[in-house]
Structure formats: structure tokens, C-alpha cells
Write a protein that binds this ligand. Structure first.
Ligand SMILES: Nc1ncnc2c1ncn2[C@@H]1O[C@H](COP(=O)(O)OP(=O)(O)OP(=O)(O)O)[C@@H](O)[C@H]1O
Ligand SMILES: [Mg+2]
Length: 366
């Protein structure tokens, strides 16, 4: 049971600031996922929480206690790394019990913790094997077992699934989520996979260049991204972006795209965007907000030439151009157009986003 608080957390390597002032309050038992591109400071932040990396500035509290000067062994946390770091010469049981024996726990206590963890993770049959005799997924579960037997205040995961094949990764992420429901523990999970972040997190923290771009529940980041960076990072396939300008038309507003196409702003969104008339903006629309023509309120229809079609089974992706920008739309596979054909598409303007061209900030999110 522990709250985890990061206050103005900074990490410099010489003159280079890898983490540039992070503030975050993580609730007791909350599952927080840090996501962001390579080099944005995710692992560095995690390692500072673990006590494996010296803090340049700021403060870390675990269960209301400042831990800045506590060694990793004294922080009551358990970390699972990408490479699992299992001892190859020890059995699974020994790997899991190792740290409990170092803590000098009584033998029956150790045995019962191992039994419970093994049952929870379905590795009871594997306890006498060595890591070399296990599959990647099984090794991953042993690494988790080693972490959970310690009953830590906080779990830290650094890309624990990235060595697994795609199918196993999906399976294991469900298992980790199920495990968190079974044994609620404050958890910080690092990944660069936005789907992993969206599916697992109570709250997603998007990092960029050593800073937090936005933190919020997955749906909030998806529907109300605070910046073009978050908008482009969350969601798959990525949001389409086209340079544009906001123009008044009668009582209303239109988004005028680079190629001259005018898209009417739905009336209930006019007030939000009115202060930005005349400014260069970036128009954002997700592939799933573009459909084959269906006239509905707030939708704008127009014709495009389809360059490329990618059938995925459940949906079909089509690609087309606006000016020199390539856009993607996810459409119904039954009615989707063919490559080389003309298609009548509909943009759901209730779901469009506008970003300041210079700062990248969303014009709709204060
Ligand atoms: N020991 C170090 N000395 C100097 N620079 C470092 C050191 N460790 C990390 N960095 C730099 O700090 C930045 C953040 O690194 P970090 O490992 O936190 O990135 P990350 O977000 O975990 O990326 P990835 O997704 O690739 O794992 C990077 O630019 C990295 O090169
Ligand atoms: Mg990393």
C-alpha cells in the first residue's frame, strides 16, 4: 500500500538533462504506464524511483517518506527488467526464493509465498527447471514471480514484454493486468508501445524529451490530446495531420486545408475555435474518424483518389492525398473502395483536432 510522488525530478548526465523536471502523484494501487519515444527518459525516471540512479534534483516519496537517500534495497520496491536477469545456474524455485532467503525469512513463510506466486502465475510445474529450459513467456513469468513474492510497496516494470513475440506479448499484457487486479499494488510500467500503454494503464503518462507531455486515463488522451505530439503518439494507425488555417464563413468557421479544401466546423465547436481565426494551424483527424460517405450532422463529405488499399480483415486502410500530405482512413472492408478508384469520404468534424502550428498545443484543451 503506497502512494508514489515525484516532485520536480531532474536527472543530468554532465550537461545533458535526460529528465527535466517531472511532477507526478501516483495513487495507492494505481497502474501508471510511462510511454514515449526512445531516449525520452522513461528508464531513467524508473531507475531513479528504484534507487539505481542518483537523483540530480527534486524529490521522490514512497508512502509519504522521502527516499532520495535510501538505497534500492531499502525502498521496498520490486523491479522487472526487459532482460529478466534470472540466475542461469539456479532453478526457478531458487531464483524466486533468493531474495527472501537474503531477507532471512522463515522457511515455511518462503515456501508459502512461492507456492502462492507459482499458482497465480501458473508456473508450479516449472519450479524445478532452470531458466535455460523455459520459453520466453515462462521466463517472464518467473521474473514476475520473483517480484511478487516480495510483497513490495511498488512494482516497477521496464519494457518487460519487448523480448516476446507479438502473440505472447498480447497474452502476457492481459496476464499482468489480471495480476494487478488480483494483487493491487502501486505500479509504474514503462513501454514505448502505445497499445500496451492504452490497454494496461489506469493512467498513461506520455513523455517527450525528458518532460511529461500529458498524463491522463487512456480514453482522455485518445479523445482530448493536449498536443500534436500526444495526438500522433496515441492511437493506431496514427492521427493524420494537414496544415490549415481557420477562416470565417458567414456565421460559422471553416478549416481551410493547404489544397484549398474547406471543412465546416460543427456549430457547437465554433466558440472554442473562434479566437484562433486567421492563425496557421494543424488539422488532425484520426483514420477511424474518416468513413465512406454517410451524411450525418457534423460530417463533411468530399471525393478523393485512392492510392493504396491495405485490407486488415476486420477493417481496411485506404491511403489518399490532400496536397502533398498522405492521409489514412480506416473503412468498412465490405464497402471500402479499391486502389486507383475515386472514393467519396466523410470526415467526422465532431472528432477533428486543431493544433497551434508553432507550439503544437491543442486549441481545444485548455
Ligand atoms: N549513463 C548515461 N550517461 C549519459 N547519458 C545517458 C545515460 N543513460 C541514459 N542516457 C541518456 O538519457 C536519455 C534518456 O535515456 P533513457 O534510457 O531514460 O530513455 P528511454 O526513454 O528509456 O528510451 P528507450 O525507449 O530507448 O529505452 C537518452 O538520451 C540517453 O542517451
Ligand atoms: Mg528505456
Amino acid at each position: 500500500m503506497a502512494r508514489l510522488q515525484l516532485k520536480s525530478l531532474v536527472k543530468s548526465y554532465g550537461l545533458y538533462e535526460a529528465v527535466r523536471g517531472i511532477d507526478l502523484d501516483i495513487e495507492d494501487n494505481e497502474f501508471v504506464v510511462f510511454v514515449g519515444p526512445s531516449g525520452c527518459g522513461k528508464s531513467t525516471t524508473l531507475r531513479m524511483i528504484a534507487g539505481l540512479e542518483h537523483i540530480t534534483d527534486g524529490e521522490i516519496r514512497i508512502a509519504d517518506q522521502v527516499v532520495n537517500r535510501l538505497g534500492p534495497g531499502k525502498r521496498d520496491i520490486a523491479m522487472v527488467f526487459q532482460n529478466y536477469a534470472l540466475y542461469p545456474h539456479m532453478s526457478v524455485r531458487e531464483n524466486i526464493s533468493f531474495c527472501l532467503e537474503q531477507q532471512k525469512l522463515a522457511k515455511p513463510e518462503i515456501a508459502s509465498r512461492i507456492e502462492l506466486a507459482a499458482e497465480t502465475l501458473h508456473i508450479t510445474d516449472l519450479l524445478d527447471r532452470r531458466p535455460g529450459q523455459l520459453s520466453g513467456g515462462q521466463r517472464q513469468r518467473v521474473a514476475m514471480g520473483r517480484a511478487i513474492v516480495r510483497n513490495p510497496k511498488v512494482f516497477l516494470f521496464d519494457e518487460p514484454l519487448s523480448n516476446l513475440d507479438a502473440k505472447l506479448r498480447v497474452q502476457m499484457r492481459t496476464e499482468i493486468k489480471r495480476l494487478h487486479q488480483l494483487l493491487p499494488t502501486t505500479t509504474v510500467y514503462v513501454t514505448h508501445d502505445q497499445i500496451e500503454a492504452m490497454t494496461m494503464a489506469d493512467r498513461v503518462v506520455v513523455m517527450n524529451g525528458g518532460l511529461i507531455e500529458q498524463a491522463g486515463p487512456p480514453q482522455e488522451l485518445y479523445y482530448n490530446p493536449a498536443s500534436q505530439f500526444v495526438a500522433g503518439f496515441i492511437g493506431s494507425p496514427s492521427m493524420n495531420f494537414v496544415d490549415a488555417v481557420l477562416v470565417e464563413r458567414g456565421e460559422g468557421l471553416v478549416v481551410k486545408l493547404v489544397d484549398g479544401t474547406e471543412l465546416a466546423v460543427p456549430t457547437d465547436r465554433v466558440a472554442t475555435f473562434a479566437p484562433h481565426v486567421g492563425k496557421p494551424v494543424v488539422f488532425g483527424i484520426r483514420p477511424e474518424s474518416i468513413s465512406t460517405r454517410q451524411l450525418r450532422p457534423g460530417f463533411v463529405d468530399f471525393n478523393v483518389g485512392v492510392d493504396l488499399v491495405e485490407p486488415l480483415g476486420a477493417a481496411t486502410m485506404i491511403y489518399f492525398n490532400i496536397g502533398s500530405t498522405v492521409l489514412c482512413a480506416t473503412v468498412d472492408p465490405e464497402t471500402g473502395p479499391r486502389a486507383g478508384s475515386a472514393a467519396a469520404l466523410s470526415f467526422n468534424m465532431n472528432r477533428m483536432h486543431l493544433f497551434d502550428k508553432t507550439s503544437g498545443r491543442s486549441l481545444a484543451v485548455p
